[in-house]
Design a protein around this ligand. Structure first.
Ligand code: FAD
Length: 477
């Protein structure tokens, strides 16, 4: 099997298309979560043809595959778990990273799966266009990974998640056949298999290409930073903003711990005495942006804001967003490990949810800081820890578990944008009933009947049991 893979991948005389050594596999044991496992080997194809041959070889030997791109996923989706039997081969698409076509006339782009999100953004900007999905990881995460996880981002509130921007997907099955799941026409007719494939997290095959929607860049942008004396005041302002007649395009919330950490790292100009800040953005024609900003200033003041600043120029705007996007970097300087949660609650329950996260952190003696895509009720509590501390992992998992249970109790759900992977898999029994999970399994089997593509991800192994657990680190090591 490995000899066959080497013959497929090392055709150019270089010997780095297949990694089998302990060191070569080590980098691919985990994604950005800390769930890790040892793969059989790592395949790094450069072309669609090589990918097809790799998949056929794995199929012939009954070896599962774990698709992987940049590895920034946070739910263990690209972690090569071997629960289903044999250890999987990681198939990385990172080397297939070309922008195949920028079709300005039709405002769309054909991309290879390993193209980094921000690179498409820069290419589109040169033509007065934009690619709207902007995950905070966009300088590293790939578009194939974004398709596979149905990624969100800072501007989800008005632009929606990735699936709204994917016009067609080229999906490769385990026979190496590529299927064009096309949604380029506004009303295609038939079942929308393109939509089914977005968010498949590698369980339906490998995305080897995609056609993505581009939008005109907005003529004007207004960015505001507002400081609040309490989390509740900031959360109440979010409610007022999204029900006002000027819906912002982005509403991000950060708590006092996040502010302190980020200021020490990125000097973004956030108010140090605030218990929470809101980062707000309005886009569109200048008059509409000004009206939005005026509404935001008024509503923030009515809810007790201690400061409201509107960015005077693009430098100040970039500085405000730099703080938000630097959170993970700032944490890395502060704590050896973090566990980043991802849950959603109805916006009206945001204050209650945030209060409970604080209580959970105190109970488990853990530092938890909150960064929230507040406009759509998507919370990202970062749990900071040092795994060398005795019993800390038990407390981290207990906190993570309770955060998810709290979101479910408040009528929310278990993931907003990071996906299910293995981390949230066994919670799905609480989100969907047994019939719904059985239908999802049947759809998955119809598209990927070999069950070799990321087999133990997303759907619970005990479908419908309704019992949830967090996955301890090292379970598959
Ligand atoms: C600091 C930080 C901030 C983040 N912010 C956001 C955010 O704002 N919004 C958001 O949505 N996510 C965010 N994420 C999570 C992550 O960046 C996204 O899930 C991203 O879409 C993953 O892309 P990737 O290229 O890293 O994929 P990987 O991590 O390599 O893979 C992710 C999943 O997709 C599958 N996969 C990857 N490529 C393919 C392919 N070509 N075909 C089939 N399956 C494939 C993998 O098997 C895995 O299940 C963040 C992560 C970090 C570390």
């Amino acid at each position: 099997m490995l000899l066959r893979l080497r013959a497929i991948l090392d055709t150019d005389g270089l010997t780095d298309g297949l990694r089998t050594s302990h060191l070569g596999r080590a980098t691919y044991r985990r994604d950005a979560s800390f769930l890790n496992a040892d793969p059989l080997a790592v395949a790094l194809p450069r072309t669609v043809e090589q990918t097809a041959e790799v998949l056929r070889a794995c199929r012939d030997h009954g070896i599962p595959i774990t698709p992987r791109a940049a590895g920034t996923g946070l739910a263990g989706g690209a972690t090569p778990t071997g629960e289903a039997g044999a250890r999987p081969v990681v198939v990385s698409v990172a080397r297939m990273d070309q922008l195949r076509e920028l079709d300005v006339a039709n405002r769309r782009a054909w991309v290879e799966p390993g193209l980094v999100n921000a690179r498409l953004g820069r290419a589109a900007a040169a033509h007065g266009l934009r690619f709207a999905p902007d995950p905070a990881s966009q300088i590293a995460a790939t578009l194939g990974g974004n398709v596979a996880t149905n990624a969100g981002g800072i501007h989800v509130l008005t632009y929606g998640v990735m699936s709204q921007h994917v016009l067609a997907v080229e999906l490769m099955d385990l026979d190496g056949e590529v299927h064009l799941l096309d949604g380029r026409a506004p009303e295609q007719g038939g079942l929308d298999l393109r939509a089914v494939s977005v968010g498949g997290e590698g369980t339906l095959g490998i995305v080897v290409g995609a056609c993505l929607r581009l939008l005109p860049a907005p003529p004007a942008t207004g960015t505001l930073l507002a400081g609040f004396p309490s989390l509740d005041a900031a959360a109440a302002t979010v409610g007022a903003l999204v029900t006002s007649d000027r819906l912002p395009d982005a509403v991000e919330l950060m708590d006092a711990r996040a502010i302190e950490l980020v200021e020490g790292y990125a000097q973004a100009g956030y108010p140090q005495d605030a218990a929470a800040v809101l980062l707000l953005e309005y886009e569109g024609l200048p008059a509409g942006v000004d009206a939005g900003a005026a509404t935001a200033e008024r509503l923030a003041s009515e809810h007790g804001a201690t400061s409201v600043v509107r960015a005077a120029d693009s430098d100040q705007r970039a500085r405000i967003w730099k703080g938000r996007k630097a959170v993970a970097g700032a944490i890395a300087k502060q704590a050896p490990d973090f566990y980043l949660q991802d849950v959603v609650v109805p916006r009206s329950r945001l204050g209650e949810m945030l209060d409970t996260v604080v209580t959970i952190g105190e109970r488990e003696r853990l530092t938890i800081l909150n960064v929230v895509h507040a406009g759509d009720g998507n919370l990202h509590p970062f749990i900071l820890f040092d795994r060398r501390e005795p019993d800390v992992l038990d407390r981290v998992f207990a906190a993570g578990h309770d955060i998810v249970e709290t979101a479910l109790r408040l009528d929310g759900t278990v993931t907003g944008e990071h996906g299910v992977g293995i981390e949230k898999r066994d919670f799905l029994g609480q989100v969907f009933d047994a019939d719904s999970l059985a239908v999802q399994q049947a759809v998955r089997d119809a598209i990927e009947p070999t069950r070799l593509a990321n087999p133990d991800k997303v759907l619970p192994t005990t479908v419908g049991c309704g019992e949830a657990r967090m996955v301890p680190e090292g379970a598959w090591v």
